[in-house]
Ligand binder design. Structure first.
Ligand code: GDP
Ligand code: MG
Length: 162
């Protein structure tokens, strides 16, 4: 079976945009409205000659209710069944309480995690990413999922732990 990579994080941080980058085509649904990816959606991807599955998840907020609660459950299930996880954080916002809560969840799961500092659209924004060392997940990988900046280096890091 192919190794499985789960892409998790808060709503609107760019998870689906990143998944599209990884796939090299537009497929995952991207929306300005948070929470559009309700369930887990699995795609087959390839990088550096290695094939793997990538799971796009709905984001979640702390103290989730109703539909958001099921989205959180889906994300937790995706983490449980994954071989590696990419945690996407919006570098222009920085680490939020929800991001910290997700980090705790990931620690409990014990899966290898690569930290994606997304929305670093240009060199001048790279310092935003360095604040994310505070999450304790090691090196934040500055990425612009929208423009494709840094995604190759991040995927190299993913394959190194998967
Ligand atoms: P998701 O809810 O985490 O799946 O986030 P989406 O992929 O749906 O993206 C949410 C919004 O963030 C959309 O308007 C995207 O165009 C935007 N976005 C995603 N990645 C980037 C990025 O690297 N830079 C910028 N500036 N915007 C981004
Ligand atoms: Mg999405």
């Amino acid at each position: 079976p192919l190794p499985v990579l789960a892409v998790v994080g808060r709503p609107n941080v760019g998870k689906s945009t990143l998944v599209n980058r990884i796939l090299g085509r537009r497929e995952a649904v991207v929306e300005d409205r948070p929470g559009v990816t309700r369930d887990r959606v699995t795609y087959e991807a390839e990088w550096a000659g290695r094939r793997f599955k990538v799971v796009d998840t709905g984001g979640w907020e702390q103290d989730v209710l109703g539909i958001q609660a099921s989205v959180a459950a889906q994300a937790e299930f995706a983490i449980e069944t994954a071989d590696a996880v990419v945690l996407v954080v919006d570098a222009t916002v920085g680490a939020t309480d929800t991001d910290e809560a997700v980090v705790k969840l990931l620690r409990r799961a014990g899966k290898p995690v690569v930290l994606c500092a997304n929305k670093v659209d240009g060199f001048s924004m790279e310092s935003d990413a360095t604040y994310l060392w505070s999450l304790g997940l090691g090196e934040p990988h500055p990425v612009s999922a929208l423009h494709g900046r840094g995604t190759g280096d991040m995927l190299d890091a993913v394959l190194a732990v998967m």
